[in-house]
Ligand binder design. Structure first.
Ligand code: NFE
Length: 480
């Protein structure tokens, strides 16, 4: 007999995600036979940006999310640099890499210890860790105590990553330093010395604590190398400019986990809204001409997230996609491979940051003056910790006429498209064994492995308290 299990909200992620799973017996095994992922808030940032100065975009788009603001600044300044037709000085590339890299390290440590690990280990016997689902916790009390201790250490490490990024970012999480043409930071020798110290501490933690803990979890839950695969299509836009014109993590995509990597053609990206609460007039548009016009309710739509598709197919974005495309990690595509690739990527980025610190030329500029044309279009591609991030901007009469953003969680947690093809998280859930439908922890393990961030994927804009103008889909509602 089929059981429908709603998990609403899914906790230990940023924002509001609802998962509905259908559980049934297949070949004598109880497993997920269908799944729906719902982003339950509307993102208004595209409309907020219209009519603003393009120079505001790096600062406003960072407010999309407190976990990955720096990538939004990076994508946005990439678009504005492109619009100005300039290449920023080497020091600017390095400063941007270092601030973004600090955000990656912070985010990856956060994800493993504070968001995902508690699906596998029992937290301390007090709120907010209890009550919890008591099912399939395989690690001994002694190993669990060590991991809980590392959970606390990880908080201190995240603070260090923030402080590291703030040295040249000015402050984090939302850096004011990323501007068109470069950065506001003027690196000094003392800054570089401080950064080396922070990086030494973070590298030690990644090597001696984070990666061994992921390995310990992987050994105890090795069946999770066969659970949560999804469509097997991986996409990466490329990130961290090297001074030789390449990226530390290259641009590319692969279909069905093939080792053959193709370059990403951004014109092959379209946002399907067949099951998203947006008007059907805007079906299947490339983000360069995309629209964000809400329509709620709408037929059998079930999410505020659109469905980005590449040549019509869903793609997974994230550390595993980047590391696979780059040739650094090709063990497989699964729950545990996502954790392993994320930890390996943290090490790769931290090591590269030491090189970038040494490449900074004190006294050389980190900013190049240029003029922003009063009209034009541009694309800013980057990578956030959770995956491929794109900003598409159109400027008219010196103001933003159109702005579209596709975030990693839009790729990963997208709903079914108009052809009935489900998004990567939904596909990854199907086939997952479930021991106890009242405590479907296995589903959470699959969802969390993607590190979803619904703040990035969907947002709500809210006028002042008491203002009665907030309407979606034609209805008028009091704003309380
Ligand atoms: Ni809000 Fe984000 C990242 C972006 S995910 S965390 O990483 O962009 O959609």
């Amino acid at each position: 007999m089929k059981t429908i299990v709603p998990i609403d909200p899914v906790t230990r992620l940023e924002g509001h995600l609802k998962i509905e799973i259908e559980v049934d017996q297949v070949g004598g095994k109880q497993q997920i036979t269908d799944a729906r992922a719902t982003g339950t808030l509307f993102r208004g940032f595209e409309t907020i940006l219209q009519g603003r100065s393009p120079e505001d975009a790096p600062h406003i788009t960072q407010r999309i999310c407190g976990v990955c603001p720096v990538p939004h600044a990076a994508a946005s300044v990439n678009a504005l640099d492109d619009l100005s037709g300039i290449e920023v000085p080497n020091n600017a590339k390095l400063v941007r890499n270092l601030v973004l890299g600090a955000n990656f390290i912070d985010s990856h440590i956060l994800h493993f210890y504070h968001l995902a690990a508690l699906d596998f280990i029992e937290g301390p016997n007090m709120p907010p860790w209890q009550p919890s689902w008591k099912v399939d916790k395989r690690l001994s009390g002694a190993v669990t105590s060590v991991l809980v201790e590392h959970y606390k250490q990880a908080l201190a490490m995240r603070r260090k990553a923030h402080e590291l990024g703030a040295i040249l970012g000015g402050r984090l999480p939302h850096t004011p330093a990323f501007i068109r043409g470069g950065t506001t930071a003027v690196p000094k020798s003392a800054d570089l010395t401080k950064m080396r110290t922070y990086l030494g501490e973070l590298l030690k933690f990644i090597r001696t604590v984070y990666i061994p803990d992921v390995n310990a979890l992987a050994a105890a839950y090795s069946d999770y190398f066969d659970i949560g695969g999804g469509p097997g299509n991986l996409i990466a836009f490329g990130v961290f400019d090297e001074l030789n014109g390449t990226h530390l993590l290259r641009n590319g995509l692969t279909k069905s986990g093939s080792p053959i990597i193709e370059p990403v053609d951004v014109w092959s990206i379209k946002e399907n809204i067949g099951h998203s609460w947006y008007t059907d007039a805007n079906q299947n548009l490339n983000p360069a001409v995309g629209e964000t016009v809400p329509q709620y309710p709408k037929g059998d739509a079930y999410s505020w997230i659109k469905s980005p598709r590449y040549n019509g197919a869903p793609f997974e974005a994230g550390p595993l996609a980047r590391m696979w495309v780059n040739g650094d990690y090709r063990n497989g595509i699964s729950v545990m491979d996502r954790h392993a690739a994320r930890a390996e990527e943290a090490l790769k980025v931290a090591n590269a940051m030491l090189v970038w610190v040494n490449q900074i030329q004190v006294g050389q500029p980190a900013y190049k003056q240029s003029t922003l044309p009063s009209a034009g279009t541009a694309i800013g591609l980057s990578e956030a910790p959770r995956g491929a991030l794109g900003h598409w901007v159109k400027v008219q009469s010196g103001k933003i006429a159109k702005y579209q953003i596709i975030t990693p969680t839009c790729w990963n947690a997208s709903p079914m498209d108009s052809l009935g093809v489900k998004g990567p998280v939904e596909q990854a859930l199907i086939g997952t064994p479930i021991k106890d439908v009242a405590q479907p922890i296995e589903a959470l393990r699959v969802v969390h492995s993607f590190d979803p961030c619904l703040s990035c994927a969907v947002h709500v804009s809210r006028p002042k308290e008491g203002v009665r103008i907030f309407a979606i889909g034609g209805g008028l509602h009091a704003n309380v």
